[in-house]
Ligand binder design. Structure first.
Ligand SMILES: *Cc1c(COP(=O)(O)O)cnc(C)c1O
Length: 812
């Protein structure tokens, strides 16, 4: 079946209901119907997947394997339908069958196999690779439990398990025939081969089985379908059989259970390392599966591995997959007899490493003792890599001990550590940051010694987002207006949006644009009325901050401004020139005390503000529970103002910032991450930048001039805000609840909140004034959309493909 008509699609849905699911149409639940529609859609994708594979094979195409612990895919049905070009056909078919299509879309559970930006980036990249007809595949873990679901009870975050696979999904195809065996634990002994050569041999290992589950990824226009290959861990029957035979039945079953735990749950920490054995095994497990899979595929086609590096590229999404470097070396030398020199040449030329953070608490290290226990052979290989590398460094910098210590993969000390970033840098031909400012800071602040040693390896790849999900799919009304105005080319060539420049001041166009924004706000207000029972005014300024809760992202700075605004109304009698709605959403890592307390503060502020008659109709504060991709798709099109207010130098790129601008929100933000490039693109007059720069902060750090108490004592407005947080004003039933926030800010603020608060308040006032003039605001918003071309992930992927991976478009 190529592009079906409505009747053919109806028939396919009926077929799947009856014969794939075994359900009589009259008794089908909404989920049954979702499954049937999903399977009908999947069939179309599989036909294209077979053709795509054939095309790549004929062209002997080089393939990219994107190695990532996280893929934050979200829902797939609507996206797949849009990309296949059958969205309207499917809507009609479903409605003909007597079901509500929008309700059907809402039944799908998000695939929340990631924490935040890093995982969502991986998902956007897969969409772009397929849309660009490039052979690029995702490799990751098929977590049985995705990121926890967030409830809010008495203002506090409560985590609930996300057992998403408990319901059937149409998108994953299990492929037991491609299962692979992954050894771990055990020890290494020295043996000799027949020629008497020393052979280190890894013995007494236990074994995991990795079973791939493929999620087909269709590009826009449906020409190319790649896949995301996610591995589930199972126990090996052969292995367990020994225990069963030796009569220890219970132990055998326990063993099996512990094997299956490897892919059980996604670690919910974002931007902090966890250091748990299970996490280390997860990291090893999926890269070991990926390496085996790639080698299997390569040998089927080319018999040997001599040209492997010409046909495969690996990209490491952060250091989580950095063991791929050691695993490639182990496989090529121990299993396929390559010389160390040749294997190393191949490994470095295949691997690229993307750095995602400068925060020291997020840089991965593993204790040598743990690695030795779990992966003894890999530890030896890491030592060998390190030894050879440090020899090179010593040759170039004789007797520079400090430099050797800094560049060593091993951090010496009581509990010796393996530095994964050093391993990733030494083993990759390309090292990139994710926004221009971030890539510079990687070179100058994070690893200056490596930059001096390998200057040619360092580069920048500014992140992007897919306009299919984040504009076409999330904001269909704006998408239609764009297509009516400039044609549909923007969907695959976002730079075409620049054609909107000429209508940015056209009052008819502005009216349409503002009407769509209002409709999106109204839709979100309806959702909030249902969920939180707070009524919002769709003509208020919607000021939105949605992202993971982290101190460096400074949701607290936003909360401080709201407190200031609230107190200035109720205590000083100030009137706002326009009503304002503040919307937050975001999850805190379950063990992150301060982040959870900030969620509590925001919820309590919301409770007080929303029930205070003195600010009624003027100020509302909303915290939406359970932030996830499908919620972001509903919130972002309704934003007037996008909050991107991280401490300068701490947000590597941000991608939320791009999604908002693309949907016609203006940004209030610091000069951090991709905000810097967003300002370059949209023009300084179309973005609200405030606060300290990286240079300001570095200077204050050097001379130690940031003293919270100075701001507290010298600015009465700041003091009033801090005193309100310290008092029981926002926690009347839990005295002293927010004192730890007061103390963190006043005694140990790594994030410069008070140094930026005054500038933030001033800039917010300017925003509110500007919002009053509709044509003035509309022009800025339209120019934001018009100038977002750079931030399509298609552009990012083309840059990686050309400069790092050496892969090409493989069209018909
Ligand atoms: C885009 C996105 C993120 C990243 O947002 P930032 O503001 O860049 O941190 C996180 N989570 C979800 C669900 C997203 O869609």
């Amino acid at each position: 079946m190529s592009k079906p008509d409505t009747q053919a699609f109806i028939d396919a849905i009926r077929q799947h209901l009856s014969y794939s699911l075994g359900v009589q149409p009259a008794q089908a639940s909404l989920h049954d119907l979702f499954m049937a529609v999903g399977l009908a859609t999947r069939n179309l994708m599989l036909d294209k997947l077979f053709l795509t594979e054939q095309r790549y094979a004929e062209q002997n195409a080089k393939r990219l394997c994107y190695l990532s612990m996280e893929f934050l895919v979200g829902r797939s049905l609507a996206n797949n339908l849009y990309n296949l070009g059958i969205y309207d056909i499917c809507r009609q078919a479903v409605q003909t069958l007597g079901m509500d299509f929008d309700e059907l879309l809402e039944v799908e559970l998000d695939a929340a196999l990631g924490n935040g930006g890093l995982g969502r980036l991986a998902a956007c990249f897969l969409d772009s690779l397929a849309t660009l007809d490039m052979p690029g595949y995702g490799y990751g873990i098929n977590y049985e439990y995705g990121l926890f679901k967030q409830d809010i009870i008495d203002g506090k975050q409560v985590e609930k398990p996300d057992h998403w696979l408990i319901r059937d999904t149409p998108w994953l195809i299990e492929r037991r025939d491609y299962a692979c065996f992954i050894p771990l634990y055990g020890r290494v002994v020295q043996t000799r081969d027949r020629a008497g050569k020393m052979l280190p041999t890894w013995i007494d290992w236990k074994v995991l089985v990795g079973v791939p589950h493929d999620m087909p990824i269709v590009g826009y226009n449906g020409n190319t379908v790649n896949y995301l290959r996610l591995y589930s861990a199972m126990s090996s029957d052969e292995f367990d059989m020994n225990l069963f035979n030796s009569g220890d039945y219970i132990k055998a079953v326990e063993q099996k259970i512990s094997s299956e735990n490897i892919s059980k749950v996604l670690y919910p920490s974002d931007q902090v390392r966890v250091g748990k054995e299970l996490r280390l095994i997860q990291e090893y497990f999926f890269v070991a599966c990926a390496v085996r899979d790639v080698i299997r595929i390569h040998r089927e086609k080319y018999q040997d591995l001599n040209n492997l590096a010409d046909k495969v590229a690996f990209q490491l999404n952060d250091t989580h997959p950095a063991l791929a470097i050691a695993e490639l070396m182990r496989t090529l030398t121990d299993e396929y007899d390559f010389s160390w020199k040749k294997a190393w040449e191949m490994t470095v030329s295949m691997c690229g490493y993307t750095n995602h953070t400068l925060l020291p608490e997020a840089l991965e290290k593993w204790s040598v003792a743990l690695l030795e226990h779990v992966l003894p052979r890999h530890l030896q290989i890491i030592y060998e890599i390190n030894h050879r590398f440090l020899q090179q460094v010593a040759n170039q910098y004789p007797s520079d001990i400090g430099r050797l210590q800094r560049m060593s993969i091993i951090e010496e000390g009581d509990d010796k550590q393996v530095r994964m970033a050093n391993l990733a840098i030494i083993g990759s031909h390309s090292i990139n940051g994710v926004a221009a400012i971030h890539s510079e800071l990687v070179k100058t602040n994070l690893v200056p010694d490596f930059y001096e040693f390998f200057p040619e390896r360092f580069n920048n790849k500014t992140n992007g987002v897919t306009p299919r999900r984040w504009l076409l799919n999330a904001n269909p009304q704006l998408a239609s207006l764009l297509t009516e105005t400039i044609g549909e080319q923007w969907i695959t060539d976002l730079s075409q949006l620049s054609a909107l420049e000429v209508v940015s001041e056209d009052s008819a166009f502005q009216d349409c644009f503002l009407r769509i924004k209002r409709a999106n706000k109204q839709r979100l207000a309806t959702l909030i009325a249902e969920e939180i029972r707070v009524i919002l005014n769709p003509d208020a300024l919607f000021d939105i901050q949605i992202k993971r809760l982290h101190e460096y992202k400074r949701q607290l700075l936003n909360a401080m401004h709201i407190i200031h605004q609230y107190l200035s109304i109720v205590e000083d009698g100030v009137m706002l020139p326009h009503p304002k709605v503040y919307i937050f959403a975001g999850k805190a890592a379950p063990g992150y005390f301060m982040a959870k307390l900030i969620i509590n503060l925001i919820n309590n502020i919301a409770d007080i503000v929303n029930h205070d008659p003195r600010v009624k109709g003027m100020l509302s504060v909303i915290f939406m529970r359970d932030y996830k991709v499908s919620l972001a798709e509903k919130i972002i099109p309704a934003a007037d103002l996008s909050e991107q207010i991280s401490t300068a130098g701490m947000e590597a790129s941000g991608t939320g910032n791009m999604k908002f601008s693309m949907n016609g929100a203006l940004t209030i933000g610091t000069l951090d991450g991709a905000n810097v490039e967003i300002r370059e693109e949209v023009g300084a007059e179309n973005i609200y930048i405030f606060g300290l720069t990286v240079a300001d902060i570095e200077k204050m750090q050097r001379i130690g001039t940031y003293k919270s108490w100075d701001y507290y004592h010298h600015n009465p407005l700041i003091r009033r805000v801090m005193d309100a947080i310290n008092s029981d004003r926002f926690c009347p039933r839990e005295s002293g609840l927010f004192k730890p926030i007061f103390d963190a800010i006043m005694f140990n603020d790594r994030y410069y909140h008070l140094a930026d608060l005054d500038a933030y308040i001033q800039t917010q006032a300017q925003v509110l004034t500007d919002f009053g003039s509709k044509p003035y605001w509309a022009k800025k918003a339209i120019l934001n959309v018009a100038r977002m071309g750079k931030f399509s992930s298609d552009r990012t992927i083309k840059e990686y493909a050309q400069a790092v991976w050496g892969i090409e478009t493989a069209k018909k």
